[in-house]
Design a protein around this ligand. Structure first.
Ligand code: ATP
Ligand code: MG
Length: 356
C-alpha cells in the first residue's frame, strides 16, 4: 500500500530542469496525507518560485495518482508560511494596525473544528456536527476553511453547485441537509493547483468569513485544515470564535499533535469546547462488534489531564465513510443509527455549554 515514503520518493525524483533541483529540495514538505485513496502534499516554497514550480507540481500529482491504492492526488504549493524560526505572529502584542476580532454578520456563535494531525476526521466530524446541531433545532452553518484541500462541498453533496451572488458582492450560502454551507471548494475548481501567498490566503478566508450572507445562524461550524498554521490564526484574529473542538484519534502520536492544537487555541484565547475521539473503535460491518483497533480512551484520558471537556467517542465505521463520500453525512443518511445518536449527543453537549 502506498504511504508517505512512496509519495516523498516521487517528490525526490521530479526535478526542475532549470536548476536540477528535486521538488522535495526546493521547499519544505509541510505535510503528506493519504486518506480514502486521495493523497495530499503541502509543499512550502519560496514565494518567487511559485509560477515555475506549478508544472512540476502537476507532474508530481500525475505520478502520485498512479501509485498503488491512490486515485487522486493534490500537490499544494504554499508560500504563505512565515520562515521557520519566526515567532508565530499572533503570540506577540497585537500590532496597532491589525483590527480586533469582530463578529461575523448573521452568525451568533463560531465553533472551530481543528486537529494537530491530518486525516483524523475533522471534516467528517465538522459535517456531522453541523447536521446534528440542525437536527437539534439549531440554525447551523458549515464553513470549509481548509483552503488547501476543501472537502465539505463533496461531503455535503454539493460538488457541482456554484454559489450565487445576488448583488455581485455578497455570496449566498448553499444549503444541504438542513445546513447552510460555504466552502473554498465552491469558489476554486477542485483540480486547480494554487499557489497561496499570505495575502491571498487572508483574502480568501476573509471573503469566506465576511462576504457570505449567512441567514441568522445560531452556530457556524468551521472546518479547519490540519495543524497549527495560518488558517486558525487568521480565523481567531479576524473573527470572534466562540469555541474550538479538537478531533484526535486515540493513538499517542495523534494525541501529541492534539495537545499542540489545544495549546494553540489556548494561546489564541479561543475557549476549548472539548476533544472528540474519532476512529475510536472499529465497528465490524458484518456483525457490529467493536474492536479498539488503535486503542481506545486515549483522548478521554488526555482531555482529563489537560483539563479540557471530553465530548465523546466516534467509532470507525464503514457506513460513516461511505455516507461522507456519497455526499450525505451519516447523521442525515442514518438519522436513527448509532453514529447519529453519538453526534447528536455531542451537539447537545455543545448547546448546553453555550457553544452550539
Ligand atoms: N468515524 C469514521 N468512520 C469511518 N470513516 C471515517 C471516520 N472519520 C473519518 N473517516 C474517513 O477518513 C477519511 C479522512 O477523514 P476526514 O477527511 O474527515 O479527515 P480530516 O481530518 O478532515 O482530513 P484532512 O486533515 O485531510 O482535512 C475520510 O475518508 C473519512 O470518510
Ligand atoms: Mg478535512
Amino acid at each position: 500500500m502506498t504511504g508517505e515514503a512512496e509519495i516523498r520518493a516521487v517528490l525526490e525524483r521530479i526535478t526542475d530542469p532549470a536548476t536540477g533541483q528535486a521538488l522535495a529540495a526546493v521547499g519544505r514538505i509541510a505535510s503528506v496525507t493519504v486518506a480514502g485513496g486521495a493523497a495530499r502534499v503541502v509543499l512550502e516554497i519560496p514565494p518567487d518560485r511559485g509560477p515555475a514550480l506549478v508544472p512540476l507540481a502537476r507532474r508530481a500529482e500525475a505520478e502520485i495518482a498512479r501509485l498503488p491504492g491512490i486515485g487522486r492526488a493534490a500537490v499544494i504549493l504554499t508560500a504563505e508560511t512565515a520562515p521557520r524560526g519566526d515567532p508565530p505572529p499572533a503570540l506577540g502584542p497585537r500590532p496597532a494596525e491589525r483590527p480586533a476580532p469582530r463578529p461575523v454578520p448573521g452568525v451568533e456563535r463560531i465553533l472551530a473544528v481543528g486537529s494537530g494531525k491530518g486525516g483524523v476526521g475533522k471534516s467528517t466530524v465538522a459535517a456531522n456536527l453541523a447536521v446534528a446541531l440542525a437536527a437539534e433545532g439549531r440554525r447551523a452553518g458549515l464553513l470549509d476553511a481548509d483552503v488547501y484541500g476543501p472537502s465539505q462541498h463533496r461531503m455535503m453533496g454539493l460538488t457541482d453547485r456554484r454559489p450565487t451572488s445576488p448583488d455581485g458582492q455578497m455570496i449566498d450560502p448553499l444549503r444541504a441537509h438542513g445546513v447552510q454551507l460555504m466552502s473554498m471548494g465552491l469558489l476554486v475548481p477542485e483540480t486547480q493547483a494554487t499557489v497561496w501567498r499570505g495575502p491571498m490566503l487572508m483574502k480568501a478566508l476573509q471573503q469566506l468569513l465576511f462576504t457570505v450572507l449567512w441567514d441568522r445562524l445560531d452556530v457556524l461550524v468551521v472546518d479547519l485544515p490540519p495543524g497549527t498554521g495560518d488558517v486558525p490564526l487568521t480565523l481567531a484574529q479576524r473573527a470572534r470564535v466562540t469555541g474550538a473542538v479538537v478531533v484526535s484519534t486515540p493513538q499517542d502520536i495523534a494525541l501529541i499533535d492534539a495537545r499542540k492544537a489545544i495549546d494553540m487555541f489556548r494561546r489564541l484565547e479561543v475557549p476549548l469546547a472539548g476533544i472528540v475521539e474519532n476512529m475510536s473503535t472499529f465497528c465490524c460491518p458484518a456483525c457490529g462488534h467493536e474492536t479498539p483497533l488503535f486503542g481506545h480512551g486515549g483522548a478521554e484520558a488526555e482531555a482529563r489531564r489537560l483539563g479540557v471537556p471530553f465530548l465523546g467517542a466516534i467509532p470507525l465505521e464503514l457506513g460513516t465513510r461511505l455516507a461522507g463520500d456519497a455526499g450525505t453525512p451519516v447523521v442525515a443518511a442514518e438519522p436513527d443509527g448509532p453514529q447519529a445518536a453519538r453526534f447528536r449527543a455531542i451537539a447537545r453537549a455543545l448547546v448546553s455549554a453555550g457553544m452550539g
